[in-house]
Design a protein around this ligand. Structure first.
Ligand SMILES: Cc1ncc(COP(=O)(O)O)c(C=O)c1O
Length: 377
């Protein structure tokens, strides 16, 4: 599914040097390696402020808390994402309100969000938290309009979308504040857990900085109840090295995605979506946006059998995500029944992520598509 060693091998020396520097300077928490990474990251994303923290989950919590989202406030997000998109809202003390997804992109549907805002739960909503799923920005034209019209904060879950763009603006600089994850399988990845908050607002950045260190503005004087969500020096050093390469890696991911498209079309397997019948529905890049292909996700009506077939041929695949968030045991408290979000539930039955990473070779992709052709025949 993903061979991260292929990325590591050519960087081995540079990474050891960067990690060695941390040992030499003994700057294990934040410090110079993290500050340098934050500065380069903000330049690359064209965003005024970037703050390293300990994970994408913590970045989401920090973004929400900095934006003043807490008790008595509701946040609209998607049921089709990683658990943290919703759990961070609960952790911030606020109420998650879910809206269904667009079946073509798997991202939060603006029409569904609008319906929620008009409904009984709409009054308490103070923020929207769209997720840029699989490396493609959510429909920001629509969410920016909704946010402006209704005075809502816009918080991006950009965990999967380093380098993605909407209308020429990079993820991380689209909303009021954004959260990234550098989990080791992400496009830009740490050597452990790490995350980042970005914003163009000096006020939100200052609040996030304070909250990241137990609500301290002055050492040992605590203004608010924050938490320890600091990035460690090793992660800052590793990420600082990888930041120099991420643009090239994202370009390679785009090449790999284009090759999959061409191979599926050449094999006569590609169907026009959004739903599959006999073939597979290929992922869709929204015109005017820049997809960075964190995942290449197809839809198949016989997804589970297809996955078994691929596994038997030692071809990796994954299901992101097999159970929508409103159906998770831990989120029963939200009060949604099965059937509440039919698009998310259908996607959970049909999606299959195929191997994608910058170093994936054309012959390996031919093997993947060849096996899917064999299964479908
Ligand atoms: C969409 C999304 N949000 C949040 C997170 C949480 O990030 P982390 O695993 O770094 O805490 C992830 C990571 O898996 C994610 O994919």
């Amino acid at each position: 599914m993903l061979d991260i060693k292929r990325q590591y091998q050519p960087l081995h020396k540079e990474l050891l040097e960067a990690v060695g520097h941390v040992l030499q300077t003994q700057q294990f928490i934040l410090g110079e390696p993290v500050a340098a990474f934050e500065k380069s990251a903000s330049t690359q994303l064209c965003v005024a402020h970037a703050l390293g923290c300990s994970s994408g989950t913590d970045a989401l919590w920090l973004a929400l808390a900095a934006a003043g989202i807490g008790e008595g406030k509701a946040v609209v997000t998607t049921p089709f994402s990683f658990f943290a998109s919703v759990s961070a809202i609960l952790r911030a003390g606020a109420t998650p309100v879910l809206a269904d997804i667009d079946p073509a992109t798997f991202n939060l549907s603006p029409a569904a969000v609008e319906a929620v805002l008009e409904g009984p739960q709409g009054k308490a909503v103070r923020a929207l938290l769209p997720v840029h799923l699989y490396g493609q920005c959510a429909d920001w034209a629509a969410f920016a309009r909704l946010g402006k019209e209704r005075g809502l904060k816009l918080i991006e879950d950009a965990a999967q979308a380093w380098g993605a763009e909407w209308d020429g603006v990079k993820a991380g600089g689209l909303g009021d504040i954004a959260a990234f994850s550098f989990y080791p399988t992400k496009n830009l990845s740490a050597a452990g857990d790490a995350g980042m908050v970005t914003t163009n607002s000096a006020e939100l950045a200052e609040r996030a900085r304070m909250l990241r260190q137990h609500g301290m503005r002055r050492r040992y004087y605590h203004d608010e109840l924050g938490w320890n969500t600091r990035m460690d020096g090793f992660q800052g050093a590793v990420l600082g090295v990888k930041l120099r390469y991420i643009e090239g890696w994202n370009q390679l991911r785009r090449t790999v995605a284009r090759r999959y498209h061409a191979l599926f079309h050449a094999a006569g397997l590609a169907e026009t979506g959004p739903y599959p019948s006999h073939g597979v529905v290929l992922p869709h890049e929204v015109p005017g946006s820049r997809h960075v292909w964190h995942q290449y996700v197809i839809r198949s009506a016989r997804r589970d059998q297809l996955r078994e077939f691929l596994t038997a041929r030692k071809i990796g695949s994954e299901i992101y995500y097999p159970l929508p968030l409103h159906m998770q045991k831990a989120l029963k408290c939200l009060g949604y029944a099965e059937g509440s979000f039919p698009e998310a539930e259908r996607a959970a039955r049909e999606v299959l992520a195929l191997p994608i990473f910058p170093e994936l070779r054309e012959d390996e992709q031919q093997t993947v598509v060849g096996a899917i052709a064999e299964f479908l025949s």
